[in-house]
Design a protein around this ligand. Structure first.
Ligand code: DP6
Length: 316
């Protein structure tokens, strides 16, 4: 008996940084993301193993097994059968490209199917969010808002992919694993960054501005709030002790290239997560121009382009 689920990574335009409850992994702030259609993680579960085992892109990864096994327990119960888990992604994992989001979103969908549990999408989103906060958003398509409710998160699509089909050009500037994982980095920020409280307090305004911009399909307004929110999150990290600087020289050069493109009339803005990759969100008609410009930046190893896409689902 085996099942495979596919989920896509998502990229936050208004970002999640900070937890209000570490034990239940509840975020301290709401967030808004876009789900990418052309990048994916396929998670195959087979209930034939003696003990849980995990392979990622063909390599055995016992180091990553405990986190995925706990996620499967949450969905299928601790008395579930052992599983042979294999994950395949068509993009680099553990380099700030939200591979944990697509992995855990696919895992909850596959685990519900193999254990015969019929769970609402929002319940699956909450279970994925226990494993990784941003994974809750990958259950949904298009532009997705995650709201912090009392004991759980509420997640919904606020605009579907077809209604505003933006493109995303991802510039990979390093595929080395990140030095500090985002969960640990958030806790360091909460404990030590002098800007952390301000970041939390101002998030409601950014969410409101981004939501309004998305509903009005106002690209300029979305660009303005998304770049502001991204730079504010990185300022929180930079001012932490120890400081967390995820960027490299090519990251900065890509940001500069995006600003130049915008000054030259292209519809494009950047966003950057806990890693050195630059995601340039753009109008589809400008995607080729953006891809060519970022490909030409020194230090860019690879460029990938994606449209927006659907929420996590079963394959086959
Ligand atoms: C910078 O979802 O990876 O990408 O809940 O600890 O697993 P955990 O954190 P994670 O954090 C994502 C942070 C971010 C911003 C975002 O995606 O909103």
């Amino acid at each position: 008996m085996h099942v495979t689920a596919r989920a896509h990574p998502n990229i936050a335009l208004v970002k999640y940084w900070g937890k209000r409850d570490s034990a239940r992994n509840l975020p301290a702030v709401g967030s808004i993301s876009i789900t990418l259609g052309d990048l994916w993680t396929d998670m195959r579960l087979e209930a034939d193993a003696e003990a849980d085992e995990l392979s990622v892109n063909g390599d055995s990864r016992p180091d990553l097994l405990p986190r995925i096994a706990s996620c499967l327990d949450l969905v299928a119960g601790d008395d579930r059968q052992p599983m042979s888990v294999s994950s395949h992604s068509n993009f680099p994992v553990a380099a700030g490209l939200a591979s944990s989001a697509s992995a855990f979103a696919a895992a909850v969908v596959a685990a519900a199917a193999i254990s015969g549990r019929k769970l609402e999408r929002e319940e699956l989103a909450n279970l994925a969010g226990r494993a990784s906060g941003s994974a809750a958003r990958s259950l949904y398509e298009g532009f997705v808002e995650l709201e912090n409710a009392a004991e759980r998160v509420q997640v919904r699509t606020i605009c579907d992919s077809a209604s505003w089909p933006l493109s995303v050009v991802v510039a990979i500037t390093s595929t080395l694993p990140k030095s500090v994982g985002s969960g640990e980095a958030m806790e360091i920020s909460r404990r030590t960054s002098p800007f952390y409280e301000r970041w939390i307090d101002a998030q409601g305004d950014d969410l409101q501005r981004a939501r309004t911009a998305i509903l009005a399909r106002d690209f300029e307004a979305l660009a303005d709030v998304a770049e502001h929110n991204c730079l504010k999150m990185h300022s929180v990290m930079w001012a932490s002790r120890p400081p967390m600087v995820y960027w490299n020289a090519a990251t900065l050069d890509c940001m500069q290239a995006v600003r130049q493109l915008r000054a030259d009339g292209a519809g494009v803005f950047f966003t950057i997560d806990a890693g050195p990759q630059v995601k340039a969100v753009c109008l589809p008609e400008d995607a080729d121009r953006v891809r060519d410009a970022l490909t030409g930046v020194d230090g860019v190893e690879r460029v990938m382009t994606s449209g927006l896409g659907e929420g996590a689902h079963l394959l086959g």
